[in-house]
Structure formats: structure tokens, C-alpha cells
Design a protein around this ligand. Structure first.
Ligand code: 9D3
Length: 251
């Protein structure tokens, strides 16, 4: 899969190909990233990418033209015959605090599009925002990663890349793909590893019992309990959950 990031801080993206699951997937050729700096598409001696907002207010706004030139350069490069074959032109996502929150379902759709050869252009805002005319003219979708304030779109874009790459076929060892959180709409049950006793705290005995049916039941119960307590919004169908609930005896 091909990603193109439009960013004033291209170096921020280097960690994706340097660490962990995304690094291994990159080494296997499952994804590649090119970065495009709007500053390189300015024509003035000061290489200006931002200006004061019309109507007044604090901070600066990213100007439309350098962003548009960067997106158009990325699009031309992605559609170049020497580049990866692509059935449809790349989808342009702007990472924005004012976007629709990213979901597991959307991540999986984007990974699916990628397996059909479609790339993603990710536009990262900085300062107080981006000239709306650029968004209207060139952006297909605005995406946020949650209701908190970041300093710009880069870390959000990196989060999106991380989430999409791990969904690409071959990115994960097979067992890790199992019933992940959100895949089944539940949080994971608590996890434990050696030693059996740590600073006076023991592991729930059922997990040491070797009784796989009871272990599965324990995990289902605790997954449900944790989801109820921490993320009740993930549970809509209460009748089904109550029917499934077997109160655990162990802590
Ligand atoms: C505090 C300033 N905000 C109110 C006027 C507007 C604002 C502007 C720019 C808030 C955040 C940002 C920078 N954030 C992003 O570019 C961003 C983001 C985020 O802040 N939270 C969650 N997802 C994202 S995706 C991009």
C-alpha cells in the first residue's frame, strides 16, 4: 500500500518504518510512504506556508496554494506509470480536529481499498487550521482520532497509518489477528505472565488450571465486566449480554 503524507514535519514519520509491526511490514514491502513538504512548493523568498486568518482571531492558518501543489505533486507521482499500479486515484484524507472520529470499521475499509491498489494521501494540518477552500477543492474526507487537542495532524496521520498497516494481509503473525478488541466490540480481558506471584499479587488460579473451557469463560466474563465498567457505550444489546454473563467467583 502506498501512503503520501503532506506535512511540514516529514521526519516525524520516520519511526513508522523503524519500530515494531509497522517496521516489519515495511521490510516485507507491504507499505511505503512518501512525504511532501508544502514549504517546498512555495515561491516566495521566505517560503511562507501560513498567514493570519481573515476576520481576525488568534494563530495562523495554512495557506491553500502550497498544500494544493503538494497534494497535486503526490497525486501525479502516485499515478506515474513507474509507481505501484493503482485502480483508482488515491483517496485524500485531511487529519483534522474537526473531522469524523476514526473507527475500527473505517480503518478496515481503508485497508480493504488498499488491497485493491488504492493509495492514501494524508494531509496534516498545523497552526490553528487550514484554508477551507483547499479542503473543499482537494480533500475527500476529514478524520479526527478523538476528542482531545493535538498540536497538528502528524501524530493522527501516523496513528491512522499504524492502524491500517496492521490490517494489511501478512502484517501480523496469524494468532494476533484473532478476536481483537473492537473486532468483537469488547475490551480485552486482563492478561498475566510470569512470575505466578509478583510483589504479593497472584495470578487468577483459573488461568493456571489448564482447563481451556473455563479459561475461555473467565475471559469472556471479565471482558464483559471491564467493558461494562470502562466503556458501557460499546454494549448496546443488554439482553444478549445479560444472558451471557456468568458471575465470576475469583477476583
Ligand atoms: C485549540 C485550538 N482549537 C480551537 C480553536 C482548534 C484546533 C486547531 C488545530 C485544534 C487542534 C488543532 C490541531 N489538531 C489537529 O490537527 C488534529 C487532531 C486533534 O487535535 N485531535 C484529534 N484528532 C486530530 S487529527 C488532526
Amino acid at each position: 500500500m502506498r501512503f503520501d503524507a503532506i506535512t511540514l514535519f516529514p521526519q516525524m514519520f520516520e519511526t513508522l518504518s523503524q519500530f515494531g509491526v509497522t517496521r516489519r511490514a515495511h521490510e516485507r514491502g507491504l507499505w511505503q510512504l512518501r512525504t511532501w513538504n508544502p514549504r517546498d512548493f512555495t515561491l516566495d523568498v521566505h517560503r511562507t506556508v501560513d498567514d493570519r486568518p481573515f476576520g481576525g482571531g488568534p494563530g495562523m492558518v495554512l495557506m491553500a496554494e502550497p498544500l494544493a501543489c503538494a497534494v497535486e505533486a503526490a497525486r501525479a507521482d502516485a499515478c506515474d506509470p513507474g509507481a505501484l499500479p493503482s485502480v483508482a486515484p488515491p483517496w485524500v484524507i485531511c487529519l483534522s480536529a474537526a473531522g469524523r472520529p476514526l473507527t475500527d470499521a473505517r480503518v478496515k475499509q481503508l485497508a480493504g481499498e488498499a488491497t485493491r491498489g488504492r493509495g492514501l494521501i494524508l494531509v496534516c494540518g498545523r497552526y490553528e487550521g487550514i484554508d477551507q477552500r483547499f479542503i473543499d477543492a482537494l480533500v475527500d474526507e476529514e478524520v479526527s482520532i478523538g476528542d482531545f487537542v493535538l498540536s497538528g495532524g502528524e501524530i493522527a496521520a501516523m496513528s491512522l497509518i499504524d492502524a491500517v498497516v496492521r490490517q494489511l494481509p501478512g502484517a501480523l503473525k496469524e494468532e494476533s489477528v484473532r478476536d481483537e478488541s473492537f473486532g468483537n466490540g469488547r475490551l480485552d480481558a486482563p492478561q498475566f505472565t510470569r512470575p505466578e506471584s509478583w510483589r504479593g499479587r497472584s495470578v487468577p488460579p483459573v488461568l493456571l488450571s489448564g482447563d481451556h473451557a473455563r479459561i475461555e469463560q473467565w475471559r469472556r466474563d471479565h471482558s464483559l465486566e471491564r467493558t461494562r465498567r470502562v466503556r458501557p457505550d460499546l454494549l448496546q444489546d443488554d439482553a444478549q449480554d445479560n444472558a451471557e454473563m456468568h458471575l465470576p467467583h475469583e477476583a
